[in-house]
Design a protein around this ligand. Sequence first.
Ligand SMILES: NC(=O)c1ccc[n+]([C@@H]2O[C@H](COP(=O)([O-])OP(=O)(O)OC[C@H]3O[C@@H](n4cnc5c(N)ncnc54)[C@H](O)[C@@H]3O)[C@@H](O)[C@H]2O)c1
Length: 441
Amino acid sequence: MTTPPSPTVAPANGRLGVLTVGLGAVASTLIAGVELVKRGASLPVGSLTQMDTIRLGKRTDHNSPMIKDFAPLASLDDIVWGAWDPFPDDAYVAATRAGVLEGGKHIEAISEALRDVRPMKAAFDRSYAKRIDADNTLGTVDKRTMLNAIREDINRFREEKQVDRVVMLWAASTEIFIEEGPAHQTIEAFNAAIDANDPTIAPSMLYAYAAILEGVPFANGAPNLTVDIPVLRELAIQHKVPISGKDFKTGQTLVKTVIGPMLRARMLGLAGWYSTNILGNRDGEVLDDPDNFKTKEESKLGVLEDILNPETFPGLYGNVYHKVRINYYPPRGDNKEGWDNIDIFGWLGYPMQLKIDFLCRDSILAAPLALDLILFSDLAQRAGLYGIQEWLSFYYKAPMTAPGLTPEHDLFVQLAKMKNTLRWMMGEEQITHLGREYYDV
Ligand SMILES: NC(=O)c1ccc[n+]([C@@H]2O[C@H](COP(=O)([O-])OP(=O)(O)OC[C@H]3O[C@@H](n4cnc5c(N)ncnc54)[C@H](O)[C@@H]3O)[C@@H](O)[C@H]2O)c1
């Protein structure tokens, strides 16, 4: 197959508006972090757009510029923040409440910038996140009114903040589990369902729909279906809007998508994988509700099966017992602990075990992913890419793909895919790792 011609990428002129749906732990940690980095007060650790390089040409060329110098990404100085949340807290209060960052060190110094980010009234319905009880919302209004209000908010934000481009990021609570159904198939059915206040139209779908109609790239950091339904995938193509999702790949799944491919690469067998988490933030509280946990569970469980491909390797992976638990445990706050007990087997079936105890910080891991997704979604739009951005799979637990395609979960394949996409976008040669050029004379 021949590679399609590289696109022309428009420069990142002007200001980039970033609208986060949800101004909780992840969003406030993201905003505070970017504001600190802009002032030279911290390093953007974990962000590839800010810290990683990209190799161009042969290994012997020694040409590896920073990604941000290679691709025309928006500068952090040009970012302008906006948000929606049912809690009225501005980003200063949200960051303080979330308890992720140390106030004296990482909140006070940028308090003014944080105070400036005040959430707009959320298109919120408690039946999708029962544990959230707050009233900075549009109230009990019908879904069409919600959709129109979100569109108005986007346009008001554009005008008031004088931004040239906008990206929307879902960093709000995980909604209850919804299966793809008839209302999600066609534009007619979708609009009829909105008018009928059909329960299978979640608020997140209305945000995504509004974003697409307003030409705003949409990235989904949670496992909700949201933009991953036929009608919105199709509309994103029609309106030439980049979309991506689902669910930031931060802690346990990050580890799973490194260890899983390792077992598969070495043809080592897997008998069982037991993953359990304790966390005590608001996200953990929302996920304590079985209907919301089911959404997360689906996103976390799919990974291993896709990586290990039990149909092709029944002797190695045909009988895997895979369990994922999330336990709400308030004393830990945002500092999650994820335990993995992995029962594997080797030569002649002899059993072995791996134990991983990841004492991580949820939002500290998520914030750099959110930043990269914002900058890359904006880049994609300026490069004329639209619809599903599979090259951003690297950031997601349950990457969106074209219908019928198995998602690629292996972290390093995802990384290679992302960097090759950047090379292609900028008219550079792909790196295939064949490497004959070093030996063929
Ligand atoms: N932190 C991580 O490592 C991580 C990893 C993967 C996914 N996620 C997902 O990211 C999302 C955000 O996580 P968090 O830790 O910031 O959670 P959080 O509970 O601190 O913040 C979520 C915010 O969303 C708001 N919200 C709920 N419904 C809304 C709506 N309809 N409109 C606008 N705002 C709404 C809530 O009021 C809350 O303030 C969650 O869905 C979580 O599952 C987080």
